[in-house]
Design a protein around this ligand. Structure first.
Ligand SMILES: Nc1ncnc2c1ncn2[C@@H]1O[C@H](COP(=O)(O)OP(=O)(O)OP(=O)(O)O)[C@@H](O)[C@H]1O
Length: 577
C-alpha cells in the first residue's frame, strides 16, 4: 500500500528525486573513498615519513569532505521539498475525495478519523519520505560499497562480516516485525483522542450546563493515557534497536582489533589497512543503523498509507450519473415507493413512502419523533440515496441529475443549520456567490431577518463565528432560510426550520414566503401543528410509513395518528377553528 501510494504521488517529482539520488551518489562515493585515502596516508605517508604525500592526499581528503557536506545538505533540501509537496498533494486528494462522500461514508469513517487521516497520517508519510531519501537510498549503497571496499582491504578479515551481518539483520527483523501491529493501534488511539476532543468542544455548553467537566476530563485522560501506554510499548521496542546495533558494533570492533592487531604484529597487515578496515566496518554497521531508522518509521507510515488509501479507495454511495438528464418543465417533487435503511441498522426507517408536492403549494410532513421525516427530506438533495423506489425532481430521477443542477433546483434548510465563519453576506452567498446585496436583503426580508441584520453596526458585513455560534438559534435559522432563498430554488425543503421562531414571526415568514415564491414547491417538516395546519396537503408519517394524507380538516376526520398529534397540542375547539 505504502509503495503504491508513494509511486503514484512521487511521479510528478521525478526530477527532484533524480537530483537527490545523484547528490547522494556523489556524497556516498566520497564517504566510501575517504577510508582508502586514510589508509594510503598512513601506509605511504606517515609510516615512511613522506610529508608531501601526507599533504597531497590530506588535501584531496579535505576537498572530498567539503563535496560530501555540500551534496548532503543539498540532498536534504530537495528531499524535504519533495516530501512537503507530496504531503500537500495527498492532503488535497484526500480532501477532495472526502468532499464526494455522502453522509453514509462520512459516518462510516467518522469525522475525527477523517481529520487524523488528512493531517497526522499524511505527516507520517512525509517524514518517511525524507528518511527514505536521506537514509534508505544512502544506506544500501554505503553498505554494499563498504563491504566491497573492506574485501579489497583484506579478504580474510572480511569473513567476520559473515557472522556480524546475519546477527544484526535477524535482530532488527525481529524488532521491526513487532512494531507493525503496535503502530496500527497507535493511529487508532490518535483517532480516539481527536474524537473525544471534538465531541467535547462541540458539546462544551452541555458539559458546562451539567457541570460534567471532571467526567469529561477523565474521559479525555483515559484516551490520552491509553495513547501514552501504546506509545510507550512502541518506544520500548524501538529503544531496543540502538543498544542492539551498538553491542554488535562494539564486539565487531574488538574482534577486528584483536585479529588485526595480531596480524600487524606478524607483519602480514599494515596499520593503515587495519584502520581503513575498521572505518569500513563502522560504515557498514552505520548503513544498517540508518536503514533501521527508516525501518522504525516504516511500520507506522505503512499503517498510515493503508488508512489514507482506504479513504481514497472508498467510492461515494451517491454516484453521479454518467450522462446527466435535464430537469423536466414541472417544478414539483415526487417520491415513489421509497424505502431506506441506515448502514448497520437492523430495520429500515422508511417503508414504501410515496408523496407528491406541487409547485405553488405547501406540502407539510408531520409525524412523531423518529418517524423518518428528516431522513425523507435528505433523500431529495441526495445526502443519501433511497434503497428502493425513486425521488423525482421536476420529473427527473435525482440519481440522473447533475449535482449542480440538483443543488440549484432543491434548497434544503436543515434541522440544525450550520453557518460558516465569515460574514453574514459570505454565508448568504454560499450557494449563489453572484447574488447582489439587494437580493440578499430581499431574502433576509422574507426570512424575517432584515431587522436583525439592520440593527447590527456592520450590517451584511457583520462577522459570523464558526458554526454561527455568535448568533441566537432563531437568528441562525432565519439566516439559513435566507441563504436558501438567495439561490432561488424551485423546491424549498424546510426541516423543522421554524422551531426557534415565535408564532407571530413564523406566521409573517410563511406569508412572505408564499407571496415571494408563488411558483415554488414548498415542503415543510414541523412539530408544531400551527406550522402545518394551513398547508395545502399534509402527509402523516408514522414509523417510516405514510399513514395519512390530506388537508387539516380531512385528516382530522380520517387519521387517528394526526388527530392524536393535533390534540396533544390544541384543544378540540382550537383544532376545529
Ligand atoms: N445517521 C443515522 N444512522 C442511523 N440511524 C439514524 C440516523 N439518523 C437517524 N436515524 C434513525 O432513523 C430514524 C428516523 O430519524 P429521523 O431523523 O428521520 O426522524 P424525524 O422524524 O426527523 O425525527 P425528529 O422529528 O425527532 O427530527 C430514527 O429512529 C433515528 O434513530
Amino acid at each position: 500500500m505504502l509503495i503504491r501510494l508513494l509511486t503514484l504521488y512521487l511521479r510528478p517529482y521525478a526530477r527532484s528525486i533524480t537530483a537527490v539520488l545523484a547528490l547522494q551518489l556523489v556524497q556516498i562515493s566520497a564517504t566510501l573513498y575517504l577510508p582508502t585515502l586514510n589508509a594510503d596516508v598512513i601506509n605511504n605517508g606517515v609510516l615512511p615519513g613522506d610529508t608531501g604525500h601526507v599533504l597531497r592526499t590530506g588535501g584531496v581528503m579535505l576537498v572530498l569532505t567539503l563535496v560530501q557536506m555540500v551534496c548532503a545538505g543539498t540532498a536534504v533540501y530537495f528531499s524535504a521539498r519533495t516530501a512537503m509537496a507530496l504531503g500537500r498533494d495527498l492532503r488535497a486528494d484526500v480532501f477532495s475525495h472526502v468532499q464526494t462522500f455522502s453522509v453514509r461514508e462520512v459516518g462510516r469513517f467518522g469525522a475525527a478519523s477523517l481529520i487524523t487521516r488528512t493531517t497526522n497520517d499524511v505527516s507520517q508519510i512525509q517524514t518517511l519520505v525524507v528518511m527514505v531519501f536521506t537514509l534508505m537510498v544512502a544506506a544500501p549503497i554505503m553498505g554494499v560499497g563498504s563491504v566491497l571496499l573492506a574485501l579489497r582491504q583484506d579478504v580474510s578479515m572480511s569473513l567476520l562480516l559473515l557472522i556480524v551481518l546475519p546477527v544484526l539483520v535477524t535482530a532488527v527483523t525481529l524488532i521491526v516485525s513487532r512494531m507493525g501491529p503496535l503502530s496500527a493501534s497507535l493511529q487508532q488511539r490518535v483517532d480516539r483522542i481527536n474524537k473525544v476532543m471534538r465531541e467535547q468542544l462541540t458539546g462544551l455548553r452541555v458539559v458546562r450546563a451539567f457541570v460534567r467537566d471532571e467526567h469529561e476530563q477523565s474521559r479525555f485522560a483515559a484516551a490520552n493515557n491509553d495513547t501514552l501506554a501504546v506509545s510507550l510499548r512502541l518506544g520500548r521496542i524501538q529503544a531496543l534497536m540502538m543498544p542492539t546495533v551498538t553491542i554488535v558494533m562494539e564486539f565487531s570492533s574488538i574482534a577486528v582489533l584483536w585479529f588485526g592487531g595480531h596480524r600487524v604484529d606478524d607483519g602480514t597487515l599494515q596499520p593503515g589497512t587495519l584502520i581503513a578496515f575498521l572505518q569500513y566496518l563502522t560504515q557498514i554497521l552505520q548503513a544498517v543503523m540508518l536503514a533501521m531508522l527508516a525501518f522504525i518509521l516504516s511500520p507506522r507510515a505503512r499503517v498510515c498509507a493503508g488508512r489514507i488509501q482506504e479513504v481514497l479507495d472508498t467510492p461515494s454511495s451517491v454516484v453521479p450519473p454518467a450522462v446527466a438528464a435535464p430537469p423536466g418543465p414541472s417544478g414539483g417533487l415526487e417520491i415513489r415507493y421509497v424505502a431506506f435503511r441506515y448502514p448497520g441498522a437492523q430495520e429500515p426507517v422508511l417503508h414504501d413512502v410515496s408523496l407528491t408536492a406541487r409547485p405553488g403549494r405547501t406540502t407539510a410532513i408531520v409525524g412523531s419523533t423518529g418517524s423518518g421525516k428528516t431522513t425523507l427530506l435528505q433523500l431529495v438533495p441526495r445526502l443519501f440515496d433511497a434503497d428502493e423506489g425513486c425521488v423525482r425532481v421536476a420529473g427527473t430521477d435525482v440519481r440522473d441529475m447533475d449535482r449542480r443542477t440538483l443543488a440549484a433546483t432543491v434548497g434544503l434548510v436543515t434541522q440544525r443549520p450550520y453557518l460558516f465563519s465569515g460574514t453574514i453576506a459570505s454565508n448568504l452567498r454560499y450557494g449563489n456567490p453572484e447574488a447582489s446585496d439587494e437580493e440578499l436583503w430581499r431574502a433576509l426580508e422574507v426570512a424575517q431577518a432584515r431587522d436583525f441584520v439592520t440593527s447590527l453596526p456592520e450590517g451584511l458585513q457583520a462577522p459570523v463565528a464558526q458554526g454561527g455560534s455568535n448568533v441566537s438559534g432563531g437568528q441562525r435559522q432565519r439566516l439559513a432560510i435566507a441563504r436558501v432563498l438567495v439561490t432561488r430554488p424551485a423546491i424549498c425543503l424546510f426541516d423543522d426550520s421554524y422551531s426557534a421562531l415565535d408564532a407571530a414571526t413564523e406566521a409573517r415568514l410563511r406569508r412572505a414566503l408564499a407571496e415571494e415564491r408563488a411558483d415554488t414547491t414548498i415542503v415543510v417538516v414541523a412539530q408544531r401543528v400551527s406550522s402545518v395546519r394551513d398547508a395545502d396537503r399534509i402527509v402523516v408519517l408514522d414509523e417510516g410509513r405514510v399513514v395519512g394524507s390530506g388537508t387539516h380538516d380531512e385528516l382530522m376526520d380520517d387519521s387517528e395518528t394526526y388527530r392524536e398529534i393535533v390534540l396533544s397540542q390544541l384543544t378540540e375547539e382550537e383544532a376545529a377553528a
